[in-house]
Write a protein that binds this ligand. Structure first.
Ligand code: ZN
Length: 403
């Protein structure tokens, strides 16, 4: 069968829902949190030199910028048309082939493609203080800017790692020259840049939004991270949890002639937001319960109040069958329970082998989302919990941070 036919047939058989294959990403730095529901023997499936697996990506058409040894398709999600992994095709090809039938007319017109993806980010150790470029800076290296959101699900956080605290920006009384002085020493000493920052203890069942240009050093919780289609950053911290990050990490996404230009590097920051006094008020995201919640299911906005990405947590009570509607296309992952998701037998992952097909990740077309998906929680005891990630176009997404 041709790929085009396979994609169309799969879409039809799934009644507008595609089942995706787990998409695990190794990282050369940090230590793995081992909360990805991956078999303990499989964390080095890509070889020791690639580092342990520390992320899982969802509904992604974005390749991972992950060193010279990374495969060309690293980061890209695949669709499972059957239970045989050999039949897989790229989610990206499905987006191209199905276009507006999959992602809807609005996203197709505005972006020409599916504009976001989500991750499980799983480090035992804290991550370096870094920022993501905005659209202007990213366009100079042929990429898109990257806003991102975080949510800390209870189900995957029995263990909080060794530093459950995140730094954001800099303390409001820090001057830009103090930051500059530290960066000028990047290759000379441990610059301990977070001495100039401020940290917040992370709370399960809540989240944050981080705009481009704001420094952040994420704590060690397993984090659900909906984000824009981009993987560009600049690392402002040269030593984190004992690991050394060389100068390349600071400037790898700067044009070549700017890599020794300290003022250019400083310009990657949105300074005002970095030192914002009411930072938590503006960027903390406690969950917001949706009005349509009832005795059978509860739905909450967990990423909201930004121009790029949205996410919801859907909880279906034991032994309930519900029709759940959304107005736009979305990707999702089941993190607790089992039952039916549309035509599929669906279940949260407990322990996956690397490269194996699962029944926990889906992508729902706009038309199907509007009609509604019949979801059954077949457990007599446990709720079924699903995280759903959206582009910027969900009309019900709260526009303001929660008061
Ligand atoms: Zn980040």
């Amino acid at each position: 069968m041709s790929k085009t036919n396979l994609i169309n047939e799969t879409f039809e058989k799934g009644e507008g829902i595609l089942r995706l294959i787990p998409n695990f990403i190794p990282r050369r730095f940090g230590r793995p949190g081992k909360r990805l529901c991956l078999h303990p023997d499989d964390y080095f499936s890509l070889g020791i030199s690639r580092g342990a697996i520390k992320e899982r990506w969802f509904s992604s058409i974005t390749p991972a910028i992950n060193g010279e040894l990374a495969a060309e398709d690293e980061g890209l999600s695949y669709v499972a048309p059957t239970d045989d992994v050999k039949d897989k095709f790229l989610f990206k090809d499905a987006v191209e082939e199905l276009g507006k039938d999959l992602i809807g007319e609005e996203l197709m017109k505005e972006y020409g493609t599916w504009p976001m993806f989500a991750k499980f980010f799983d480090f035992e150790t804290p991550l370096f203080h870094h920022l993501h470029l905005d659209d202007t800076a990213a366009s100079r290296v042929g990429a898109l800017g990257k806003p991102e959101a975080y949510y800390f699900p209870y189900q995957l956080n029995n263990y909080l790692g060794n530093f459950p605290v995140s730094y954001f920006g800099f303390a409001p009384d820090v001057s830009i020259d103090e930051v500059k002085a530290r960066l000028l020493d990047y290759e000379e000493r441990d610059i301990r840049i977070t001495e100039l920052s401020r940290a917040y203890r992370l709370q399960l069942g809540t989240g944050w939004y981080t705009p481009p240009g704001v420094l952040h050093a994420p704590g060690s919780l397993l984090t659900y991270e909906p984000q824009w289609n981009s993987d560009v950053n600049s690392v402002f911290e040269n030593i984190t949890a004992g690991d050394v990050y060389d100068y390349e990490f600071l400037v790898e996404n700067c044009p070549e002639d700017k890599q020794r230009d300290i003022d250019y590097i400083m310009s990657l920051m949105d300074w005002e937001e970095n030192v914002r006094i009411n930072y938590k008020k503006k960027y903390f995201r406690p969950p917001v319960v949706c009005d349509h919640s009832n005795k059978q299911f509860i739905e909450k906005w967990i990423s909201y109040a930004n121009e790029y990405i949205g996410a919801k947590e859907l909880t279906i009570q034991p032994k309930q069958t519900v029709l759940v509607k959304d107005k736009v296309a979305f990707g999702c992952v089941i993190i607790q329970g089992h039952g039916k998701f549309g035509v599929y037998d669906a279940e949260a992952a407990i322990m996956l082998r690397y490269g194996q097909i699962s029944a926990d990740e889906y992508f729902v077309s706009e038309k199907k989302a509007k009609e509604g998906i019949m979801i059954s929680n077949e457990s007599s005891h446990e709720p079924m919990v699903i995280l759903k990630h959206f582009g910027p176009n969900h009309p019900d997404m709260p526009k303001e941070p929660c008061k």
